[in-house]
Design a protein around this ligand. Structure first.
Ligand code: CP3
Length: 356
């Protein structure tokens, strides 16, 4: 038997002190810093003119694999908005691409596969991710972290169900009908597919943490289309497997999913330290469902980014007040920044949250 020993390196920002006591890490560990930490899902991206300029002429996934460019885009929202964290600029399909599966991001649509993965034999052909393929990710993270100083970097990955739904459907899909049919038709192939997704996402998370990410977030954007029972039996164990790839590395873990209000009680057992809540469920109610035991993240309604400032400010205050019920609170949106958002509104939210 071999004993696996792993730990964060001495030069990791959580170990050398740069991010050990920053507001985001403190809140993720259940504490309440003087001002609530705030960041935005999809803060790096099309809402920023500097992003559109940096990306001009480069395909999305090529930009993710160019370490200097990915690091630059990661830093842009921190410089502009003074958010409490950077989120690594990449995409949930990057580890799939690096494992040899043909995929592109079609603007206005999302990830599209060259060939969908629909049968047991398609699934058998999926190869493990070669750890060396993640080198451009490690390099981009290292560049960003060196620039960030005491601002933490959040690493992320797609949860196995969300990733599998892109593989099976071949592209974005509202209802994931083929995916859910496969889940019930061929449970063995399904389990193999979800394990493969968990392993590529897990390796992607681990590479980001080893290279300097101080917090991670697992995104399960589509699991809300499943029944609670299917989620619990056929999906949740694989989400746990993705988090388990971080064994030995003591970084706070955030889980974010859409439409999971009826199964929040299942999330802590996946290995999550913080639960991200979408805009539909008030944070005080989420806290009650969780028995008051776990820090929450969220959940400003992204729709209100278009509302007049007094309406938005009242909503932000309400989110913060409801968040007081939880042991700790990280302010965020209830889903990603819509591309048409005026970035000045995001900067103003950060000032407002920090000034309270
Ligand atoms: O700032 C950040 O949050 C970090 C970067 C990030 C991106 N994608 C960059 C990106 C993160 C965390 C993601 C996660 C992601 N990607 C998810 C999970 C979160 C969620 O939003 O539910 C999903 C489902 C994807 C798949 C994906 N990639 C979609 C649906 C799209 C949008 C396609 C479109 O054009 O509408 C992408 C592309 C993508 N990922 C962009 C960015 C900045 C836009 C690329 C562009 O500039 O054209």
């Amino acid at each position: 038997m071999t004993l696996e020993i792993s730990a964060l390196a001495a030069a990791h920002p959580l170990v050398d002190g740069r991010t050990t006591n920053c507001p985001l890490v403190r809140a993720a560990r259940g504490d309440r810093p003087e001002a609530a930490p705030v960041w935005f899902m999809r803060q790096a991206g099309r809402s920023l003119p500097e992003y559109r300029e940096s990306r001009a002429g480069t395909e999305m996934l090529d930009a993710c694999l160019d370490p200097a460019l990915a690091a630059e885009i990661t830093l842009q929202p921190v410089r502009r908005h003074k958010v409490d964290a950077a989120v690594f600029f990449s995409d949930i399909v990057i580890p799939v691409l690096l494992a040899g599966v043909g995929v592109k991001i079609v603007p206005g649509r999302g990830p599209v596969l060259d060939e969908p993965v629909r049968t047991a034999s398609d699934i058998m052909k999926l190869r493990p991710l070669d750890p060396a393929a993640l080198d451009p990710i490690r390099e981009a993270v290292a560049i960003a972290v060196a620039e960030l100083g005491d601002t933490p970097l959040i690493g992320f990955a797609g949860a196995p169900y969300t990733l599998a739904s892109y593989l099976v459907e071949g592209g974005p899909s509202k209802e994931q009908l083929r995916t859910r049919a496969l889940m019930r038709t061929d449970p063995h192939a399904w389990a193999a597919l979800l394990n493969w997704c968990a392993d590529v996402s897990g390796a992607f998370l681990r590479a980001q943490v080893e290279a300097g990410a101080s917090v991670v977030q697992l995104f399960d954007s589509w699991a809300g289309s499943l029944s609670r029972g299917d989620y619990q039996r056929r999906v949740a164990p694989h989400s746990k497997r993705a988090f388990d790839a971080l064994r030995g590395l003591d970084v706070p873990r955030i889980h974010f999913g859409l439409g999971l209000a009826d199964r929040l009680d299942l999330i802590p057992a996946l290995g999550a330290d913080v639960i991200g809540i979408d805009w539909r469920l008030p944070l005080d109610e989420a806290n009650e469902r969780l028995g008051g035991r776990i820090p929450l993240q969220g959940n400003i309604d992204p729709a209100l980014l278009q509302a007049p400032w007094p309406v938005l400010a009242r909503h932000v205050d309400d989110v913060i007040e409801r968040g007081q019920a939880a042991p700790a609170h990280i302010v965020n949106l209830g889903h990603g920044v819509p591309p048409e958002t005026d970035p000045a509104v995001l900067t103003r939210i950060v000032e407002h949250v920090h000034g309270r």
